[in-house]
Design a protein around this ligand. Structure first.
Ligand code: UDX
Ligand code: UDX
Ligand code: ADP
Length: 466
């Protein structure tokens, strides 16, 4: 089967970049990305490429090349669904914040709405591809909705989890370590659907890197990959606390263990805690699944990864308070970085949010600079917590477009995101304009301790005893 038209439901951090790259590599396929959020679609269509809704290095250039050629962004969901041979579902699946499974399970409301909409408007057979990370066996729920439309249309469901990391999305999509396709190879129709999706990827991915499994293995592999990655961060963060007490240095430990080829050197950077839309959500989801099967030891094992991460964030804010003579009340503390990692404007679950909330509870005044995150986003993140009124948040936290002004007159600087530009700042100048003693709390191990100490800063790093 030759795919000619693809529709992607959900124009977010996954759907947008993924379809952009498919469009570039498959000029013979017409792709339409749809979303219920009109302003998001308008942003994807904006002439000024700086106004795209998400920031990803290299994305704007490819959008410029393919948009209007074979890539389209639209709010006309029904039409895009109906004309497509293949539909990617790439909508958000946040952790449920109500009812059964609250705070743990994935909220599949948006997925189900998509399935119902596909069922309602489809007039020809289609392949439906799960792109969002989903709990195991979601495909069967989608299938049961689609199979009961009564209009004689047949659907094949595939799982094709996306492994891209934000900040490197374009590179990850252009050169994926692997592409995983889960499908039902036991039927002829299933096999045809799997092959159709393989053929899309074969336009740029070597066939050895395209892996096929059954649907459940594919769904579970995605949760497992994220759980393992998050576990590495929590493991190294747990060791960072031991380093601080014993005088070992976490960077030396990371290097030493990373040279063991069985462990590998990547993803061993101690930090203020992992963020992002996936790690916490997927682990909590895994914990919920394990508990629902009565696998309590398995659930507890994975839950500890999230508990450790919460501890790491709390420990960072506690250290700021205790170092600043046990009070930050009325003191200006500058946050460099708000995004959950560098090279993205995404802030979901960013450690900065939690650290800010803690310090605001201690009555600190916070000044934030982030090169890509918008002012609205920062206030929304804080207001969402509901700890204090939006008016209070606005009064206590200010946002600066200039990093030097953000740092002026502050008692301490906290590095929350590892943006490269922070390394090249004129730190002497920043020091001169701060209250003394001037502290730096480096939550990312980004800056050079010796250089800062020569200038006069008191410098704290994660995982190094002082
Ligand atoms: C280990 C370390 O590998 C080694 O670096 C250190 O110096 C001593 O401890 P060892 O205990 O000899 O070495 O064997 P290892 O190959 O690590 O296996 C340990 C146990 O883990 C074995 O029972 C092995 O069967 C089990 N294992 C290992 C698994 O169950 N699954 C695996 O994937 C790997
Ligand atoms: C992750 C997975 O990497 C990706 O495969 C999946 O598709 C989505 O979830 P993402 O959340 O975009 O991607 O970013 P990632 O690079 O994994 O970083 C997640 C968090 O862990 C960030 O807050 C990052 O700063 C933190 N991290 C990562 C560390 O603190 N230390 C590390 O060594 C690596
Ligand atoms: P991700 O990181 O998984 O891409 P995002 O939140 O960035 O998540 O993107 C998901 C997008 O899906 C959002 O823009 C949201 O508006 C969109 N969306 C959610 N439900 C639907 C739906 N039923 N139909 C169309 N778009 C939807």
């Amino acid at each position: 089967m030759n795919i000619k038209r693809i529709c992607c439901i959900g124009a977010g951090y996954v759907g947008g970049p993924t379809m952009t790259v498919i469009a570039q590599k498959c000029p013979h396929i017409k792709l339409t990305v749809v979303d219920i959020n009109e302003s998001r679609i308008a942003a994807w269509n904006s002439k000024d490429l700086n106004k795209l809704p998400i920031f990803e290095p290299g994305l704007d250039k490819i959008v410029e090349e393919v948009r209007g050629r074979n890539l389209f962004f639209s709010t006309d969901i029904d039409e895009a669904i109906n004309e497509a041979d293949m539909i990617f579902i790439s909508v958000n699946t946040p952790t449920k914040n109500y009812g059964k499974g609250k705070g743990m399970a994935s909220d599949l409301k948006y997925i189900e709405l998509c399935a119902r909409q596909i069922a309602k408007v489809s007039r020809q057979n289609k392949i439906v591809v799960e792109k969002s990370t989903l709990p195991v066996r979601t495909a069967s729920a989608i299938k049961s909705i689609l199979d009961n439309t009564g209009n004689g249309v047949h659907f094949q469901i595939l799982s094709n989890p996306e492994f891209l990391a934000e900040g490197t999305a374009i590179q990850d999509l252009l050169k994926p370590d692997r592409v995983l396709i889960g499908g039902d190879a036991s039927t002829k129709e299933g096999e045809v659907a799997i092959q159709a999706l393989i053929d899309v990827y074969l336009n740029w991915v070597p066939k050895e890197q395209i892996l096929t499994t059954n649907v459940w293995s594919s769904e579970l592999s995605k949760l497992t990959a994220n759980a393992f990655l998050a576990q590495r961060v929590s493991s190294i963060n747990a060791m960072s606390e031991i380093c601080e007490k014993t005088g070992a240095d976490i960077r030396e430990v990371s290097k030493a263990i990373g040279m063991d080829s069985r462990i590998g050197s990547k993803f061993l950077n101690a930090s203020v805690g992992f963020g992002g839309s996936c790690f916490q959500k997927d682990i909590l989801n895994l914990v919920y699944i394990a508990k629902s099967y009565g696998l309590n030891e398995v659930a507890d094992y994975w839950e500890q990864v999230v508990i450790m991460n919460e501890h790491q964030k709390k420990r960072f804010s506690d250290n700021i308070v205790s170092t600043l003579y046990n009070t930050v009340s009325g003191k200006k503390i500058t946050f460099l970085g708000w995004a959950f990692k560098k090279n993205t404007n995404d802030t979901r679950e960013s450690a900065a949010i939690r650290v800010a909330d803690d310090l605001l509870n201690e009555r600190a005044e916070i000044s934030v600079y982030d090169p890509k995150v918008t002012e609205e986003r920062i206030y929304e993140d804080l207001n969402y917590l509901g700890t204090r009124s939006s008016i209070e948040n606005k009064r206590l936290l200010t946002i600066n477009k200039d990093p030097y002004r953000a740092c002026k007159n502050s008692h301490a600087i906290a590095i929350l995101t590892e943006w490269d530009e922070f390394k090249n700042y004129d730190w002497k100048n920043i020091y001169k304009n701060m209250e003394k003693p001037a502290f730096v709390f480096d939550g990312r191990g980004l800056l050079n301790k010796e250089e800062l100490e020569i200038i006069g800063f008191i410098y704290y790093n994660i995982g190094t005893g002082n």
